[in-house]
Design a protein around this ligand. Sequence first.
Ligand SMILES: [Zn+2]
Length: 103
Amino acid sequence: MKKIYTHDNAFIVHNVKNLVEAQGIEVFLKNEFAQGAVGEVSAFDAWPELWVINDSDYDRALAVVNATQQAGTAADWVCDNCGEVNAASFDMCWQCQHDNHGN
Ligand SMILES: [Zn+2]
């Protein structure tokens, strides 16, 4: 197993997980439940980590991750609920989970 992605925002990690899984790659989340309730902040929280089950999927999974990161530079969208800038690969605002569909 290999780690392909980590971020302090569990919602973003979930988004990347969904995108990688959409390519038929088996992944699992580590530290998924390490963070406290929404809004709770602790310096000791472990970041959620995304791992591929099969090492042979690593390069492909990483390419998906890189694509999601680069997509943000091309077509960011601004949440009309909270004004946060989101990467194009995210269907929902990472800040407030407002749905971008319909924009
Ligand atoms: Zn928002």
